[in-house]
Design a protein around this ligand. Structure first.
Ligand code: NAD
Length: 302
């Protein structure tokens, strides 16, 4: 019998599935729930115990982790839709630690953390960077908001799923950090695509151009790891029809959250707003489900 804390995991999608699998591999008993039967089937094969409901999954768990799409899913999971006592918070064991890894609005993270605290539960927001590959390899970066004591309790569990942990501040601060990172990424990806398109229009070879940029002053993850031009990097989504990466719609969601967060504080983010519009146009062009690097198609022919 393992002495490691029992974990409940809610949300076994592209990210949550491999994260839960890594916890099982490390010796944790993981009881999980997802609304999607196929997500449950995949996790079951990795040794995750599938519960009949989220409330069943959290019974006896010392740590509860969620990895859901957006704010509304996280709020309705923990707070319920029918009033303060309708959500999962009432079903979680006293003394358990709650870790939400979803990317959501900072204000939503604060709202849920306050409700958890009112029920005597410690909670941190711990959105991640590193994508599906990082989730599978256990090399995610966790960007954390909440009390230091709660983070220290979470640390051994986060270390199973990731290799970098940054404490950004109080509840919601992890989400702010995540939005800053993704806003910069969204802008960099869009301009990288434009730059390569400009070069190609002048007859440059995209691979040579990208190799030059990767060791010059514009170097970035968008050029070196997730290059938006098909054929430049064999393993990038662009080289497999923009499938299997970080979805355009998720980037659009994150940029929307960044714009909202900026308005809330009276900050000016002209490039962030422009990028949000570009990913919205890419969605309208039918590429919402494709990798966000497909934004380059807005400036290329065919
Ligand atoms: P996903 O859509 O693949 O998975 C989400 C899962 O949550 C789905 O399986 C869905 O059925 C489940 N779900 C929704 N509501 C539920 C509920 N009430 N109870 C149980 N299950 C529920 O999304 P993902 O790619 O795994 O992303 C999850 C989060 O991580 C998002 O907030 C996203 O922005 C963030 N993120 C994603 C990536 C990436 O590369 N995919 C990278 C970093 C961060």
């Amino acid at each position: 019998m393992s002495t490691l804390p029992a974990i409940a995991f809610i949300g076994l999608g592209n990210m949550g599935g491999p994260m839960a699998a890594n916890l099982v591999r490390a010796g944790h008993a993981v009881h999980a729930f997802d609304l999607s039967a196929s997500a449950c089937d995949g996790a079951r094969q990795a040794g995750v115990n599938i519960a009949a409901s989220a409330a069943d999954a959290v019974k006896g768990a010392a740590v509860v982790i969620s990895m859901l799409p957006a704010s509304r899913h996280v709020e309705s999971l923990y707070l319920g839709q029918g009033g303060a006592d309708a959500g999962l918070l009432v079903a979680i064991d006293a003394g358990a630690l709650v870790i939400d890894c979803s990317t959501i609005a900072p204000a939503s993270a604060q709202k849920v953390a306050q409700a958890a605290s009112a029920k005597g539960l410690a909670m941190i927001d711990a959105p991640v960077s590193g994508g599906v590959a990082g989730a599978a390899a256990g090399t995610l970066t966790f960007i954390v908001g909440g009390e230091s004591a709660a983070l220290e309790r979470a640390r051994p569990v986060l270390q199973v799923m990731g290799k970098n942990i940054f404490h950004m501040g109080a509840a919601g601060a992890g989400q702010v950090g995540k939005l800053c990172n993704n806003m910069a990424l969204g802008v960099i990806m869009a301009v990288t695509g434009e730059a390569i398109a400009l070069g190609v229009a002048h007859g440059l070879e995209p691979k040579t151009l990208s190799q030059m940029m990767a060791v010059s002053t514009s170097r970035s993850w968008a050029t070196e790891v997730c290059n938006p031009w098909p054929g430049v990097l064999e393993n990038a989504p662009a080289s497999r029809g923009y499938t299997g990466g970080f979805g355009n719609d998720l980037m659009l969601k994150d940029l929307g959250l960044a714009v909202e967060a900026a308005m809330g504080m009276g900050c000016t983010i002209p490039l962030g707003e422009l990028a949000r519009n570009l990913y919205a146009m890419n969605k309208q062009a039918g590429r919402g489900g494709l990798d966000f690097s497909s934004v380059v198609k807005l400036v290329t022919k065919g």
